[in-house]
Design a protein around this ligand. Sequence first.
Ligand code: ADP
Length: 260
Amino acid sequence: ILVALGIVFFGVATFMSVVMSKRAMIPISGAFSRQREFVADASHELRTPLSVLLSSIDAMEMTIEPVKEEEGDFVGRLLSNMRQEVKRMTNLVSDLLTLARSDSNTIETKTESFDFRAQADKAMESVNPLAASKQISLNLQAPATLMATGDPQRLSQLLYILLDNAIKYTPNGGEVQLSLSEEARQLCIKVQDTGIGIKQEDQNHIFERFYRADKSRSRQMGGHGLGLSIAKWIVDTHGGTIQLSSEVGKGSTFVIRIPQ
Ligand code: ADP
């Protein structure tokens, strides 16, 4: 079964590398929409085998005999590595699909009034385990209720991307703060960290697709350089602005303003 899983996994990985290399291979002139279509179709098709892989790993983890520590749990470690890589690939595929759809304007963005504070609580809850694993103190400063107008799902994805980055790029024992307010009919979202910071020359590029200031660190953290492009797209579709101020070794602050 492990060999079969390995073969499927290798197949998906090869397919993904073809998707990525197509970005460079297809000439820009006239073929841009075909390239977008290809990326959207490929990402969509990859979702099913990836979720089959993940549930197969789950099933195997439940059925294999527990192995004694001293024998070195080789199969357990192998499965855990596979799970991590499949999750990484699933996130990449989902980000690629979001961006391909955003290029072709096929994403329906909702506009409704909702309690943004409640969404922020949920986002904080979902990143809490990652922060706790690095002893990072995670704080929220916001009114008890904060009504906002926009797409609830997209705005909570925005929070998740910024918080996840803030935690990923902050060393153990640091601080991450999310502040929400409404100022002059604008929803103001501020994510502040005491992390590694971003060099001036990288600050102009980090919203570009696949741009990573520190490739090896980003990869180690499970990143692939698409989060901030999606964040920027979400802010743009809401007619808002995103500002970054950062100092290497001191930390970064992202401020988003969305008209209400
Ligand atoms: P990734 O998946 O690599 O995190 P993103 O698009 O979210 O991709 O971010 C692009 C790059 O910007 C990252 O690789 C990292 O170098 C830098 N970055 C983003 N957020 C932060 C942060 N809070 N502190 C330091 N660097 C950051």
